[in-house]
Design a protein around this ligand. Sequence first.
Ligand SMILES: Cc1cc2nc3c(=O)[nH]c(=O)nc-3n(C[C@H](O)[C@H](O)[C@H](O)COP(=O)(O)OP(=O)(O)OC[C@H]3O[C@@H](n4cnc5c(N)ncnc54)[C@H](O)[C@@H]3O)c2cc1C
Length: 407
Amino acid sequence: MKRDILIVGCGIFGAAIAWALGRRGLGHRVLIVDRQTPAGGATSRAAGLVTQVRTDPALQALAAETLSAIAVLEARFGEDVGCRRVGALHVGSLAQQEPLAHMLTVCTEAGIRGQWQEKAQVLSQSPWLNPDAFDIAAFFPDECFVDPYLLASAYLRGALQMSAKLRLDTRVAHITHQAGAVTGVALEDGTALPARIVVNAAGAWSNLLSVELGLPLPMAPVRSQYWITERVPEFSPGTPIVFMTDIRAYARPEVGALLFGIRENAPAVAAPRELPENLQGFVFDAADPDGWGNLAEAFEPLSRYFPAIERLGIAHYITGPSTYTPDGQPIVGASAAVAGLLVATGCNGSGITYSAGVGRLITELICGESPFVDASRLDPSRALQIDPFSPTFLQTCAHARATKSTG
Ligand SMILES: Cc1cc2nc3c(=O)[nH]c(=O)nc-3n(C[C@H](O)[C@H](O)[C@H](O)COP(=O)(O)OP(=O)(O)OC[C@H]3O[C@@H](n4cnc5c(N)ncnc54)[C@H](O)[C@@H]3O)c2cc1C
């Protein structure tokens, strides 16, 4: 069995895992399969923020690994992943003083640069912000955003150069196992692809493969969405990402326009079995297909920070499924019950950010090494009692997105 490591799904997680395996000299053992085009799922819809400013050390480390990987892809592989190192401002009311001070302390201790920023300086960086809307601000200069499709493609290209193989138009129907160990996958056309190790990186569809193995993954596909305004001169490409913490919204420059996203009070969630294979034209909520209801709900607070929104046209609306977990932790690790089965999903809206970290972690687990982060909270088996398809559970995951803090 030459290619004995099979990765199901060629989104950013599958590609980053193949890349990390390739860098460990294991590329010749890797086969990635996908039924669609590479990065054609949630990945190509992402806003591309790569944010290591977090309070959880494991998540911070996953993000830091991605920042290092981007630098390696640029310097050694000659890739342009559209990385814009514009930094991030976190702005808020006085009520945010304590949490932001805590964030600054935690990040500084972890070696992440950050500082309080005077209002005048904030406004010179982000002239679109209304100075009366916020009291305090902190700036983290190393935060960035990328083109997620380009980053996933760069991982994949690197993996293929390091001998991994990609097989498209390949629909996995089941992950097969015998006597407590993985044996490979069965395709929808009945073909068996043998493998000693299978990594389930099937994104929002992962539960369709893992539930039947007795491994329900505590996550659900929740609608993520953002809007891009028409182009105006004040949105110069160098303006930082801005997190408006009180109103749980963010914005970043996008080729002369402003891209902005919100955390809805009641996000739409999809039943995993009803999520189509091809997301083109998929509607989460028939009553509000374009998210206008959510935007209307957020409009008043948003326009306080961003008054120009009242006169600007919206040029684009992007939406897709992000897999949210009730505890906000991704799902990355090995199954305790089926040897050779690993899972990488449950991104909580941060899969681009975590990508190379997830690749490294899965590689270390495959190699039988101690992981570089404490992965105990990411354990795929942490909620074996749940029914991930039940309406109640889906709502729990939607609530997790609604209450997630920005950043
Ligand atoms: C609107 C939006 C904005 C976002 N913004 C950000 C952001 O700013 N920063 C950030 O870090 N993250 C962001 N995210 C989250 C990010 O997009 C995801 O975390 C990430 O793309 C997940 O990657 P993935 O590889 O797990 O899934 P996907 O990209 O969905 O890939 C899964 C792949 O598996 C394949 N597959 C599934 N089932 C099978 C099967 N049975 N057989 C064969 N192939 C199969 C699919 O075809 C697909 O290609 C955003 C998401 C959305 C929707």
